[in-house]
Design a protein around this ligand. Structure first.
Ligand SMILES: [Zn+2]
Ligand SMILES: [Zn+2]
Length: 645
């Protein structure tokens, strides 16, 4: 008998050789139908693999990311089976799961897969899925494996085999297809209920352009048609909301070849959004007791040697420049500059917590192939702050930071978010993690406690902490359900020591502060990219570059329109007049396209009574109201930063 421990702490005994799937069945048939893979002693396994020793077991279903990856990777095998039946003699390289779906790289010889072939392949995959073939794992000697692929004439698999050690090699077979693979896979093909092959691309073998170009086919699969339909609808919507497209249409930002790749130029409309975000951050941080600082964008090499950015982070930094025999680097992070401000004068426990905030400009080297609109850039403006506090103050400070995140989510209508609490791995202390076992335990417990006590949804991820402390990665979802990684909230008990930061404790002895790194609004670049998609460019009033447009029905009402405009401007509303000689219908349509929150139509009746006829973006005609009343209401809506549109 073996003892199996479950995540809820239960321990049960089973016959040695029992599979995870059989264990699931013994719990309930319904559960067994949903099990796609199993996490055994922390490693993802086939659910059909037998357990031979005492183990920890977590049954994985579609909701687990590891199960999704297993499902998609298994779908790559299914696609390969369909491709092989359509193109006999095809040779395969690798077929991994990706963030959403999978691909397989293949060598079709002189043949080509066309877009039309994709639907034929989908049909074939559906047929094969319905056969509900099991994915059968078989350990195989290197010699036999080499013989198999030599016979098949697949030099790509032979290349993979040449790097594998005998005794560690497995084959997987489903239906008529056998692949060299380490696994894991789903139990059988029948759970793949919906299939979409997305695209075909060329990919050089091993990513080297001197090598042969292989054909890469991307696909995605789901356990139900409904989920596939929803996913495709979301992609369609995401295309309409693409921040690069909207960024151009709405005059938010531009790129210029002479400035350089990944260096966005913020246009006037984008700059208004930046300033509104900074205003929000300043107000919020001031109320929370932060102090603002301003620091240079570069520093001498010595500072980055102290911080450890050099040499460990060097690849992500711009190359150095030399001045007066000294090397300088553009900064990739703001922390070291803030640490120097902490160190600039003697500190006592009475000065703590010290909270230093700055919308700091950083420069990071991202490979040109990685650059993507505002999402991946080389120059970024970060909603940064560092909180220096004592151990006793930590809980309260971390809680306040967490509450700030939640407050922002409320303002931006971000309903779905998850905090990923990244923890250290005790066996890697002194290597991947600072060797402070007690501090790790203490701070992790404090962070967990904050999340639990504030009812914040979170998941724990082992072995993903920063070198110097536990961190929270924040994932948010836009209105159309696309995921973004926003920012991290980190605890740091190492940098303080590296920079020899000290304060005098209550007992008069020197002590090192804990540091919290936080950036709830991330960077302007990524956050505004997110907001463009989230709002589909229809910014709430307080963020909208142009908040109201006055539309006179004809030039007879120009003077009255100017009168209305002046009232708006006096109330600090960003407004304009459409004084073109156009029909009112056209003026309304054009203003709709600009996504201006309010349109104020003025004609004879409005002028006689001192009124405006209000049209709200997305809501249409809201009727006629006295101008002063409208101005009062728009001022309140702006001040409250309402997110309804
Ligand atoms: Zn595989
Ligand atoms: Zn920092």
């Amino acid at each position: 008998m073996i003892r199996v421990s479950f995540p809820d702490g239960a321990v049960r005994e089973y016959q040695a050789g029992t599979t995870s799937l059989e264990i699931a069945k013994s719990i309930s048939e319904g559960l067994a139908r949903k099990v796609l893979a199993a996490k055994v002693n922390g490693e993802v396994w086939d659910a059909t693999r037998s357990l031979e020793q005492d183990s920890t077991l977590q049954l994985l279903t579609w909701d687990d990311q590891d199960a999704k990856s297993t499902f998609w990777h298994s779908s790559a095998h299914l696609m390969a089976e369909a491709v092989e039946s359509m193109f006999p003699g095809v040779k395969f390289w690798v077929g991994p799961a990706v963030e959403k779906g999978f691909y397989y790289d293949m060598d079709l010889g002189d043949r080509k897969i066309s877009e039309e072939d994709l639907s034929v392949l989908e049909k074939k995959m559906n047929e094969l899925a319905k056969q509900n073939n099991s994915y059968i794992r078989k350990s195989i000697s290197k010699e036999e494996a080499v013989a198999y692929f030599t016979e098949k004439g697949d030099e790509y698999k032979l290349d993979l085999l040449s790097n594998l050690e005998d005794g560690n090699i497995t084959f997987y077979t489903q239906g008529a297809f056998t692949d060299l693979c380490r696994g894991p896979h789903i139990p059988s093909t029948g759970v793949v209920k919906a299939i979409k092959l997305m695209s075909i691309a060329g990919a050089y073998w091993k990513g080297d352009e001197k090598n042969k170009q292989l054909t890469r086919v991307y696909g995605v699969t789901f356990p139900s048609q409904k989920e596939l339909d929803e996913y495709l609808a979301m992609l369609e919507e995401a295309k309409k909301r693409d921040h690069r497209k909207l960024g151009k249409e709405l005059g938010i930002y531009t790129m210029d070849d002479d400035v350089g790749p990944g260096l966005p130029l913020w246009l006037p409309n984008g700059t208004i959004i930046i300033e509104e975000l900074e205003k929000l951050a300043k107000e919020t941080e001031q109320a929370a007791g932060y102090k603002r600082v301003v620091t240079p964008h570069l520093a001498k090499e010595s500072m980055y040697l102290t911080s450890g950015h050099l040499p460990y982070y060097k690849e992500s930094m711009f190359p150095s420049m030399e001045l007066e025999g000294q090397k300088y680097y553009l900064r990739a992070m703001n922390c070291p500059h803030h640490h120097k401000i902490f160190a600039a004068e003697p500190r006592s426990y009475k000065d703590l917590p010290l909270r230093l905030a700055e919308y700091g400009t950083c420069y990071r080297y991202e490979q040109s192939g990685e650059l993507f609109g505002l999402m991946r850039v080389r120059c970024l403006h970060m909603n940064d702050a560092h909180i220096y506090c004592t151990k006793e103050q930590f809980y309260q400070e971390f809680k306040a930071v967490n509450e700030m995140y939640l407050k922002y989510f409320g303002i931006f209508g971000i309903d779905k978010y998850v905090m990923r609490l990244s923890l250290h791995e005790p066996s890697k202390l002194g290597q991947k993690y600072v060797d402070e076992p007690e501090l790790w335990k203490e701070t992790e417990a404090m962070v967990r406690d904050v999340l639990i006590r504030t009812g914040t949804p979170f998941v724990e991820v082992p072995d993903e902490a920063a070198f110097y402390g536990p961190k929270i990665d924040v994932q948010i979802w836009s209105a159309i359900g696309r995921e973004f990684t926003l920012a991290t909230n980190q605890v740091d008990f190492a940098q303080g020591r590296r920079f020899k930061l000290e304060f005098t404790g209550q007992d008069n002895a020197p002590d090192t502060p804990l540091i919290i790194h936080r950036a709830p609004l991330g960077t302007h670049e990524r956050f505004i990219g997110f907001l463009l998609e989230h709002y589909a460019g229809k910014f709430p009033l307080w963020l909208a570059p142009l908040q109201a447009k006055v539309l006179p029905i004809s030039d007879k009402y120009q003077e009255y329109a100017e009168n209305v405009l002046q009232k708006l401007k006096n109330a600090d509303i960003r407004a304009e007049i459409d004084d073109r000689n156009e029909k009112i219908g056209k003026k309304i349509r054009d203003t709709e396209l600009q996504k201006v929150p309010y349109m104020l139509v003025v004609g004879e009746k409005e002028m006689q009574e001192g009124n405006v006829s209000v049209r709200r973006q997305g809501k249409g005609d809201m009727g006629m109201v006295p101008t002063d009343q409208f101005v009062d209401s728009i001022v309140v809506e702006k001040k409250e930063r309402r997110s309804e549109q």
